[in-house]
Design a protein around this ligand. Structure first.
Ligand code: BDR
Ligand code: CA
Length: 322
């Protein structure tokens, strides 16, 4: 695999559970390219699109990246409560509208996402990090089933929620709105949990300068990434009046590769499952008003320049190797 400069340490084994999605796509490229990460499996969920489309998108992205030996499994088609909120209004009909992508050069396994995560945990000699960049239904189901030794989960890091405002509703972020009961399971599981919410990811803006750096790489992967940002950017302009789109999901992977890029705060986090107007809202107790033990580390500030250097180096390394 192409090389991205990283610190000198053993790669972190991960499963990336996602709903690609333009920003999930960049997270996948970063995970594939980085030598600090060992991508053991990719699992999919409903979210930005149906789980069928998300699975097809994951296979196409991994084909683009030349990572066709990574096992992929299709996961949840709806939340624990049986709802199926979709984000096509942001990511387009396919969930990944914009540039033409290669047809998948390989197929998903016959296992479900939950079965594949359990298999990865079972055979692993060391703890595995579960990274979730969509509704967190698959991870919650693994925890609820308890069919494997859960101490094999090193930590769970998810993109979702916010210590500020929301996006899907005024107070709720999309992933946490889509399955708040699943997030409640994760927040109550007692394992190390890191939350990368909108308060952090809104610092990861794909500015015109960033997009120009992608385009100027002068290879296919760079051009595809630039066009993804173009589509994603127009949604963010039209819906939320952003000048540049926040590229949320790769912040989770970047946190594993270069932990020093993010400053964290340990605190108590809850998710609203019953509010009339606030369902899916994360309640982040930054100032310990509830006097409850911390159950998560919450991402607070991002070194955005270093983040983009890391992401762009990964995209470039993949493009050069193709
Ligand atoms: C989250 O929802 C989706 O639009 C993105 O892929 C990201 O995971 C941001 O709210
Ligand atoms: Ca996502």
């Amino acid at each position: 695999m192409p090389e991205v400069p990283t610190q000198d340490r053993r790669p972190t084994p991960i499963v990336l559970d996602c709903d690609p999605g333009h920003d999930d796509a960049i997270a996948l490229l970063l995970a594939v390219a980085s030598r600090a990460i060992e991508l053991r499996a990719v699992t999919t969920t409903f979210g930005n699109c149906s789980v069928g489309d998300a699975t097809r998108n994951a296979l196409r992205i991994l084909t683009l990246a030349g990572a066709t030996s990574v096992p992929v499994a299709k996961g949840a088609s709806g939340s624990l409560a049986g709802t199926s909120e979709l984000g096509n209004y942001v990511h387009g009909t396919s969930g990944l509208d914009g540039p033409e992508l290669p047809e998948p050069a390989f197929a998903a396994t016959d296992l479900t996402a939950v079965e594949l995560i359990e298999q990865v945990l079972t055979v692993s000699a060391e703890p595995v990090t579960l990274v979730a960049t969509g509704p967190i239904t698959n991870v919650a189901t693994v925890l609820q089933r308890g069919a494997v030794d859960l101490s094999k989960i090193g930590e769970i890091i998810f993109m979702g929620g916010s210590a500020d405002r929301g996006n899907h509703t005024p107070t709720a972020e999309f992933n946490t709105y889509a399955d708040p009961e699943a997030l409640a399971v994760v927040l109550g599981c007692g394992l190390p949990v890191k939350m990368v919410g909108l308060n952090l990811t809104h610092q990861a803006l794909a500015t015109p300068k960033v997009v120009a750096r992608m385009r100027e790489m002068n290879h296919h992967v760079g051009r595809v990434a630039a066009e993804w940002m173009g589509f994603f950017g127009s949604s963010y302009r039209a819906i939320w009046e952003f000048d540049a789109p926040p590229v949320h999901d790769p912040c989770t992977v970047a946190a594993l590769i270069r932990p020093e890029l993010i400053q964290w705060r340990k605190c108590f986090v809850a998710v609203e499952t019953a509010g009339e107007w606030t369902r899916g809202t994360t309640v982040v107790d930054l100032y310990d008003r509830y006097h409850r033990p911390a159950n998560a580390e919450v991402a607070m500030t991002l070194d955005a320049d270093a983040y983009w250097d890391l992401v762009l180096d990964a995209v470039d390394a993949l493009g050069q190797a193709r």
